[in-house]
Design a protein around this ligand. Structure first.
Ligand code: HEM
Length: 497
């Protein structure tokens, strides 16, 4: 037995040494910490989930690309918009840098990666993205009917806020949550929830799925040992809960009667995608389920994070709240609802929204990209099948690219005349909260337009100030790390203006 063990260790050491010697003869890998530190870092990433903070420390030591090497596998971090743009957008690399890693969630819950974000980069992904992107953009940029419906939702929220004025501490996070889930429902179906009972059911179903979804996506146990789903214990419970949540969501949005009704009229995202799929004759039922499920999770959590983060910041910075209100009063007034057409003139408000996306970095690290082939970039080699982590946190918080990066400063996006810097300005090009290139966020226009309408409509009518309870810290660096960053709660006093 012990002879067998010694032989195995000798073979392993020989294998690692040969690999190491081979590597020495090639172009070097990106720099990175020594082996023992890599072990410690990996352990911390698994335990604390604060990959973005570790990565920013390492960026200071090793630069825009570094590598965490564990035995023969590499985890390469891309830490600036420049390097992400180069690897994900430029013709030289983009066809071989945009695959996704294997995940338990993609394989077992998303029917073998049939959603958008976990597919590999191929012709089918491009078609799916085009279809999804086209439908979302249509909505995000404001189909009139959809806008009216969303404005209706904002009015419902406004009524709720009005009724809250006597309470010393109102939970804005909770109110935003219900309102945004209702908007996602309208986006999917082009219909409002019938009554409060239906609304509660939708909210519970979406939240349940989101919670499990998030936990499963980050579960190291299931991602590294998928067979634990067969054993009694936490892994199995999580797996079963995710399947149940997924099926409940499918039952809510893709049961045969809703499909019939929506497809017939090409109504909502679901109606459109069902008609398109039938027309293109390429998508199967599981593709539709994967994509619709993802619209709920990606569309809800991120926008909720973005809006609750924004309102937390204005509680800390009343002066910024006042300046946005002044801009609303001067350009929109109080007699009509804000609309997306106002965006072009609301420079300060737009700057504050951009700065919120930078300062919080709601998605601090993206879903890793995987190299299909070995590539060489700036004198470094990234082997085939290497996972590359897009580190948006460093891209947005590094003092190499930003003046006073830890200060919330909307003015940084304004020129001397108070106008928003154009999108091609160098500073704007450093800001990539929605990713960049072939795998950028398909919901960007949807998220930005909802943010604009919620921020302007609520600040037009209300003043927000801190409530009785202590607020979460203003700096997202100090929040509980998660794949989507958001304040845990948001108690405030809401007063009618
Ligand atoms: C403030 C809100 C949002 C932020 C900050 C955000 C951010 C991101 C980021 C950083 C990525 C990853 C890019 C990469 O792979 O490197 C992404 C991908 C994605 N997002 Fe968003 N997102 C937001 C809202 C939304 C919404 C509203 C939807 C849908 C309605 C959505 C759907 C998606 C999808 C499907 C992908 C995967 C794209 C692909 O892999 O090809 N996101 N998002």
């Amino acid at each position: 037995m012990s002879l067998l063990l010694i032989s195995a260790v000798v073979l392993l050491v020989a294998y690692l040494t040969i690999n190491w010697c081979k590597d020495q003869q090639k172009t070097p890998l990106p720099p990175g910490p020594p082996f023992l530190e890599c072990l410690q870092i990996t352990w911390r990433m698994l335990r604390k989930n604060d990959t973005h903070l570790i990565a920013e420390d390492l960026r200071k030591r090793y630069g825009e690309i570094f590598n965490i090497r564990l035995f023969s596998s590499n985890l390469v971090f891309l830490n600036s918009s420049r390097i992400m743009r180069k690897l994900s957008v430029s013709g030289q690399y983009r066809n071989v840098t945009n695959d996704r890693p294997w995940t338990f969630y993609g394989h077992f819950i998303c029917y073998g990666c049939r959603n958008v974000s976990l597919r590999n980069y191929n012709e089918m992904l491009m078609k799916v993205r085009k279809m999804v992107h086209g439908t979302i953009k249509l909505y995000g940029d404001g189909i009139k009917v959809f806008d009216d419906m969303v404005n209706g939702e904002i009015q419902i929220l406004q009524k709720e806020l009005e009724n809250s004025k006597l309470k010393a501490s109102f939970d804005l996070c909770k109110a935003l949550k219900v309102s945004l889930i209702r908007v996602i429902h309208i986006f999917l179906t082009n219909e409002r929830p019938k009554d409060s009972e239906e609304c509660n059911y939708i909210c519970d179903t979406v939240e349940e799925f989101d919670d499990v979804d998030n936990e499963m996506f980050n579960s190291v146990l299931l991602n590294t040992c998928p067979w634990v789903r067969f054993l009694p214990g936490r892994g199995r419970r999580l797996y079963k809960a995710a399947l149940e949540g997924r099926d409940k969501l499918n039952n809510l949005y893709l049961n045969s009667s809703i499909k019939e009704r929506l497809k017939g009229h090409g109504k909502g995202f679901i109606g459109k995608i069902l008609s398109e799929a039938e027309y293109a004759n390429e998508m199967e039922d599981e593709d539709i389920k994967g994509i619709v499920g993802e619209m709920v999770t990606a569309g809800y959590l991120t926008t909720k994070g973005a809006l609750s983060g924004f309102f937390l910041l204005i509680l800390y910075y009343p002066e910024i709240q006042r300046r946005i209100q002044e801009e609303i009063d001067d350009n929109i007034g109080s007699d009509r609802e804000p609309s997306l057409d106002d965006r072009g003139i609301m420079h300060y408000t737009n700057a504050a929204i951009l700065e919120c996306l930078r300062f919080i970095s709601h998605v601090p690290v993206g879903i890793p990209h995987v190299t299909r082939e070995e590539i060489e970039v700036e004198g470094m080699r990234i082997p085939a099948k290497t996972a590359m982590v897009t580190n948006y946190w460093s891209a947005h918080r590094s003092d190499k690219y930003w003046d006073k990066p830890d200060v919330f400063l909307p003015e940084r996006f304004l020129d001397d005349d108070g106008k928003l810097l154009p999108s091609e300005h160098i500073l704007r090009s450093q800001l990539i909260p929605f990713g960049i290139g072939k795998r950028n966020c398909v919901g960007e226009s949807f998220a930005k337009s909802r943010m604009f309408l919620y921020v302007t409509s609520l600040l037009q009518r209300f003043n927000f100030s801190p409530g009785e309870n202590k607020l979460p810290p203003s700096d997202s660096k100090l929040w509980m790390p998660n794949s989507t960053m958001m304040p845990a709660f948001l108690n405030c006093v809401v007063a009618k203006r």
